[in-house]
Design a protein around this ligand. Structure first.
Ligand code: FES
Length: 172
């Protein structure tokens, strides 16, 4: 399936914080109306506003963007970035790309999975932490790189990861 992102256009989406997810998605699509290749920017906006792409809004996206449900579903499931269930209260993203792998990212990933009891893309049963893998956080020179709650950390060892997971908004 050839779905290319359209030109990067910063366009504020100002959907109402009120309303059903479907209404909010319609408002997001309206903000991107006329944009070429709008599906990806729309999905990013949906993720930003709702936290995830609820499967229930896929028919709305398809209808609003004049695409088939299968097309929308295909894109949502192709990109790991578009989770289909709510994320945990905290998010841990571990870089699995080559430069980080070369300096021990596999050990950090194993510690995270064992400690949290989840695989990548999953959330702990208490809904607290979502564990994701990413392929480069732009911090290749000081890997292994880990992002916790949007904050980037370098040279993360399994022990340092323990500290980051223990500390609420850790300043490690
Ligand atoms: S390879 Fe890990 S941050 Fe780039």
């Amino acid at each position: 399936m050839a779905v290319l992102p359209g030109p990067s256009v910063e366009r504020p989406t100002e959907p109402s914080p009120e309303g059903s997810p479907e209404d909010r998605v319609r408002a997001i699509v309206a903000a991107h109306r006329g944009e070429r290749g709008a599906l990806l920017p729309v999905l990013h906006s949906v993720k930003e506003e709702l936290g995830y792409v609820d499967p229930a809004v896929i028919p709305v996206l398809a209808a609003e963007l004049n695409l088939s449900r299968a097309d929308v579903h295909g894109v949502v499931t192709f990109y790991e970035d578009f989770r289909q269930s709510p994320p945990g209260r905290r998010t841990v993203r571990i870089c699995r790309a080559e430069a980080c792998q070369a300096v021990g990212a596999a050990d950090v990933a194993e510690r995270a999975r064992n400690r949290l009891g989840v695989s990548f893309g999953e959330t702990t049963s208490d809904g607290e932490i979502t564990l994701d893998q990413v392929f480069c956080l732009g911090n290749c020179a000081t890997g292994p790189a880990v992002e916790v709650d949007g904050r980037l950390y370098g040279r993360v060892t399994p022990e340092r990861l323990d500290a980051l997971l223990t500390a609420e908004g850790a300043d490690a």
